[in-house]
Design a protein around this ligand. Structure first.
Ligand SMILES: NC(=O)C1=CN([C@@H]2O[C@H](COP(=O)(O)OP(=O)(O)OC[C@H]3O[C@@H](n4cnc5c(N)ncnc54)[C@H](O)[C@@H]3O)[C@@H](O)[C@H]2O)[C@@H](O)CC1
Ligand SMILES: Nc1ncnc2c1ncn2[C@@H]1O[C@H](COP(=O)(O)OP(=O)(O)O)[C@@H](O)[C@H]1O
Ligand SMILES: [K+]
Length: 538
């Protein structure tokens, strides 16, 4: 954001003061859009301003609300003399209209309670500039949260709007610096609505962000290269995180979005135009996971999908499969033999594969030069020797799809940094972890979770956020990850590059869960794809 703002200001297109005015106006607009009853008649607001430009936005909001006829109480945390220049100007403008009280640990007693008639609390204490723990006003944070919790059920309580991010939350990571044992959500400032500018920040979608922000509205403040679709371009809602020429691709993080064009099939193509995916499975009684993956690969459009199972598991699998083809595949030698068929262009290994079988087959798969997705057992098999795996994956068209546990087995030092309590903002986050892991493994890493992060070895990164309107808690079900691996294998077979395959698959995976809704089990995910594709207009 700083690079984007500096580029805009340096180009002479806009001044910092104008941006601040637009930001403040955006907050007021978003508040009135969210709660039309607040736009209907002037009411009472409390605006909490901090020592930086976030506070500056707060002074703009206070002034605009006053111009709407509101009664506004303004508090400042910090020293007015030390405010940065634009914030200082807006402080000055406000002071001509009303008082500024000091916000310190005693001030909270002046805080609104039910019946005080305060309709709105504006949290403009810290934005993207939070650098250290914000614990000083815990009691105040508690009180604001009481209002916040209550306002969800009782309109007599004030609504809480956060400017840019809820104060205390690190906008770079979704972490709460300074909280070690305690759950920060118990005492930090939470919001009903968070109004941010230009594009979502990582902190809105990672870690505690979705719980802290309530709902995120992105307001355009006229900066170049926003996350908005260009004319007629089809894009999922939500915009992008940091889509801007001022930020080099290896530093940019976008919200995952599917490649619609490449998902389509066109007349005149035949099944081999869409590739042949081979999913490898384990022994008798353990085939469910691989079958789920195979089904996912087929539904997502691979022209052909073959399941390669140990001979002893042939009958079991034959009884279960129709469109998915079946091949007995005893060992590494048999795999090498099968891969003489050049039409097999993508492999999926891991779900239900078994650790010994994984150790034998993964090297053959990776050395064959085929695009591969490695999940579950194919990752755990290398827990004792991750470098052995990375020696094979480096520079290949491979996607590793660990969940948190598998990630910690392959990248223990990175996982340790990720789980250590944050002390500063920016804090080490899942984006940093996935990028570091991808650089080490030399291939694409997809770190699973409600905030799935997809990174490639060059630092390109996307977050598939399953939060807010895309929350899909029913995806936490056994086998969901197997289907995701199958989706990726299918897209690799269709010729997607590894990063595009991972990003599109993760996005569709969540869309399938949203489309199916409560009661979802893993089997439902592939079967929901046709519905999702139809809704996308494929
Ligand atoms: N021109 C711009 O740069 C624009 C900035 N905007 C707003 O400005 C915000 C960023 O402003 P700043 O960079 O000034 O950052 P902030 O306003 O978030 O806070 C930075 C200040 O807080 C202090 N600080 C950080 N953590 C602290 C802690 N835990 N306890 C006490 N003090 C702490 C820092 O030393 C610094 O003085 C954005 O979030 C956005 O709201 C918008 O007005 C749009 C335009
Ligand atoms: N609460 C949640 N919200 C959104 N997605 C989730 C949630 N819990 C799990 N998921 C997704 O479900 C999948 C689970 O995969 P994984 O942990 O490998 O399970 P399994 O091995 O049983 O298939 C991942 O894609 C993960 O991102
Ligand atoms: K804030």
């Amino acid at each position: 954001m700083r690079a984007i703002e500096e580029a805009a200001i340096a180009s002479g297109a806009v001044t910092g003061l104008e941006l601040m005015e637009r930001a403040g106006r955006g907050v007021v607009e978003a508040v009135f859009e969210e709660w039309p009853e607040l736009a209907a008649a002037p009411q009472r607001a409390v605006v909490l301003c901090g020592p930086g430009n976030n506070g500056g936005d707060g002074f703009v909001v206070a002034r605009l609300l006053r111009e709407w006829g509101w009664e506004v109480e303004v508090y400042l945390y910090g020293d007015a003399e030390k405010l940065p220049p634009d914030a200082r100007v807006n402080y000055g403008r406000w002071v001509e209209m009303g008082a500024v009280r000091a916000l310190d640990e005693d001030a909270p007693d002046g805080y609104p309670d039910e019946g005080d008639g305060v309709a709105l609390i504006v949290d403009a204490i810290f934005g993207i500039g939070l650098t250290r723990p914000f614990l000083t006003l815990c009691r105040m944070q508690d009180q604001v949260n009481l209002c916040n919790a209550a306002s969800r059920s009782n309109p007599a309580f004030p609504h809480v709007v956060a400017v840019d991010v809820p104060s205390g939350l690190s906008s770079d990571s979704g972490a709460y610096p300074g909280y070690e044992d305690e759950n920060p959500l118990d005492s930090c400032m939470l919001a009903n609505l968070t109004v941010t500018f230009h594009a979502k920040k990582l902190g809105h979608v990672l870690g505690y962000g979705p719980d802290a922000c309530g709902k995120v509205v992105v307001k355009d403040i006229g900066l170049e290269g926003g996350g908005r679709p260009r004319g007629g371009e089809k894009r999922p809602p939500g915009g992008a995180v940091g889509r801007c020429p001022a930020v080099p691709p290896g530093e940019r993080v976008t919200l995952a979005e599917p490649s619609f064009y490449r998902l389509s099939k066109f007349p005149g193509e035949h099944k081999y135009s869409h590739g042949h995916a081979l999913i490898l499975s384990g022994g008798p009684g353990r085939g469910g996971a691989a079958r789920l993956a195979a089904r996912g690969a087929l539904r997502i459009g691979a022209g052909l999908v073959t399941l390669g199972c140990p001979p002893a598991a042939l009958i079991e699998n034959a009884a279960q499969l129709n469109a998915v083809m079946l091949r007995p595949l005893r060992d590494a030698e048999a795999l090498a033999e099968l891969l003489k068929d050049g039409r097999i262009n993508a492999l999926g290994l891991g779900p239900g594969l078994g650790l010994d079988r994984a150790r034998a087959l993964v090297p053959v798969a990776l050395e064959s030069g085929r695009a591969c997705v490695l999940d579950a057992d194919a990752l755990t098999a290398f827990a004792e020797a991750p470098e052995l795996l990375f020696g094979l994956t480096r520079g290949t068209a491979t996607v590793l799809t660990p969940h948190g546990g598998e990630f910690a087995r392959l990248f223990p030092d990175i996982a340790e940094k990720l789980t250590a309590p944050a002390q500063t903002g920016p804090a080490y986050c899942r984006v940093d972890a996935a990028r570091e892991a991808a650089a080490r493994a030399g291939c694409v890493v997809l770190l699973k979770g409600p905030d799935t992060v997809i990174a490639d070895a060059g630092g390109r990164c996307a977050v598939n956020s399953a939060a807010y309107e895309r929350a899909v808690p029913w995806l936490a079900t056994a086998g969901a990850g197997d289907v995701l691996a199958g989706f990726i294998a299918g897209l690799l077979a269709r010729g997607f590059d590894p990063r595009g395959a991972a990003e599109t698959a993760a996005w569709l995976h969540v869309e399938c869960a949203r489309s199916f809704g409560p009661g979802l089990i893993a089997e439902d995910l592939p079967e929901e794809l046709p519905q999702v594709f139809r809704a996308l207009g494929l």
